[in-house]
Ligand binder design. Structure first.
Ligand code: EPZ
Length: 411
């Protein structure tokens, strides 16, 4: 990477990683052939495909950006350690497998560089629907002769717990109400997919979701919503380098809080017929940032915002309210000359006009992308190691950046 900008042109936004993975898990709910469109070409999709294949399903490409998933009879409802260990999102197969097969054997997901990531709310919600659990040899053995609808009150609007509960409740007897549910757009996309399969769901996207269990579901065809985190990454890139871009297919209505925050920092952003139009001056103003569940400012945007604040004019205070340990990339930004101090789940970022290129290491998907974005305003060359993390969540990231005029290449 070498400094560049201003960025110009338009770039297509791919389908959402944090939706497509759950849609793929939901195909374990009913036998038959599914087709998903607007599927991003990312490692995590391949890995979820490996998981479904290990259960006995057949996952094949179905043309540009589409995937065919064939749920064959006699599926093995098991998620082995080596597949769960590399992708935590695998845990969301538990709810649908329990609902469809009455049992599931899933490896315990470990923590990752965000710190401890418990699944107590997933287990509590499924238990309230009538499931029982045994943990042995690193695996969760889940059983449920039949699931029965209930009121589920989530202690925190967890995305994963809401999705697991939703996919279990669609085949449970009677009515389920999920209170304090997560409201992310990916939840609404999952509910739209399940409804197309024949499920009865109301209130997805709001704090209260009501599900009437049905006896049977059917395979369907569905188009994945655009990836708001990928769109946010390109907004951050133009924010740091300056310029004017169009994000084709992006949904501004999924990113209100971020667009408002970037507006506060000096960007001009508006929806247009193609997606989202964005303009940024050469240097932004600092602002304070606090992450919250949707519709608050997403924690996944935060590494990008810290990179922006590192070159903005002024001082910004950043507060992380979801993942206590999600500051590991800060040392890498400091290696690039950023002035950032952390204290607990706060960071104080004093903006500098220019960073300096350096060898850095990507600790995870979003942090990796943030280091690439920061390098757009760093003197000299930046080399991002462990960039495979970025490929887990970004479809043709380097090509897309280059198409906007960035001086970036991958080894
Ligand atoms: C999803 O993770 C996303 N991952 C994450 O994006 C995203 O950061 C997160 O939601 C928050 O928006 C996927 O969709 C694959 P949570 P998830 O359950 O479901 C605590 C990315 O880069 N919690 O909403 O794991 C938890 O520790 C990834 O794309 C419990 O305590 O997040 C955290 O503090 C990174 N017990 C908070 O809730 C539980 O049982 C939110 O977690 C469940 C969660």
């Amino acid at each position: 990477m070498r400094p560049g900008g201003p960025l110009e042109g338009s770039v297509p936004i791919s389908g959402a990683k944090n939706s497509v993975l759950k849609l793929m898990a939901a195909t374990t709910l009913a036998e038959g052939g599914y087709v998903l469109h607007n599927v991003p070409r990312i490692l995590d999709v391949d890995w979820m495909g490996d998981l479904l294949t290990s259960m006995g399903m057949v996952v094949t490409p179905a043309g540009e950006g589409s995937l065919h998933i064939d749920h064959r009879p006699d599926l093995r409802p098991e998620a082995p350690y080596e597949l769960v260990e590399r992708m935590r999102a695998s845990i969301v197969v538990m709810g649908p497998l329990l609902a469809r097969y009455g049992r599931a054997r899933v490896a315990m997901p470990g923590g990752d560089d965000f710190g401890p990531r418990p699944i107590d709310m997933h287990l509590r919600a499924l238990e309230d629907l009538g499931a029982t659990f045994e943990v042995a040899h690193g695996y969760i053995e889940a059983r449920a002769d039949h699931l029965v609808g209930a009121r589920l009150l989530l202690e925190f609007p967890s995305v994963g717990a809401t999705e697991n509960a939703l996919m279990a409740a669609v085949l449970a007897k009677g009515t389920t109400v999920i209170d304090n549910a997560a409201r992310e757009p990916e939840i609404a996309d999952l509910a739209a997919f399940l409804t197309r399969m024949g499920a009865q769901i109301e209130g997805a996207g709001s704090p209260t979701i009501t599900i009437e269990g049905v006896d049977e579901l059917n395979p369907v065809e569905h188009t994945v919503i655009p990836d708001r985190i990928e769109a946010a990454t390109f907004l951050a890139a133009v924010g740091i380098a300056g310029g004017e871009v169009t994000l084709q297919g992006a949904r501004a209505d999924h990113m209100d809080m971020l667009i408002q925050k970037l507006g506060e920092m000096g960007m001009r952003i508006s929806p247009d017929t193609d997606g989202i139009w964005a303009f940024a001056p050469r240097r932004l103003r600092s602002a304070d940032v606090s992450t919250l569940p949707y519709p608050g400012l997403a924690t996944d945007y935060k590494p990008l915002l810290v990179a922006l604040l590192a070159t903005a004019d002024g001082v910004g205070i950043v507060t992380e309210n979801l993942f206590s340990g999600r500051f590991r990339y800060i040392d890498e930004l400091v290696r690039m000359g950023a002035d950032i101090r952390t204290e607990g789940h706060h960071a104080v970022v004093r903006g500098r006009p220019l960073l300096s290129g350096a060898p850095v290491r990507a600790p995870d998907i979003r942090a990796g992308a943030a280091l690439v974005v920061a390098a757009l305003k760093a003197e000299g060359e930046t080399e991002v190691f462990d960039a495979h993390h970025i490929d887990r969540g970004y479809d043709r990231f380097v090509d897309k950046l280059r198409s906007l005029g960035a001086d970036v290449s991958s080894a």
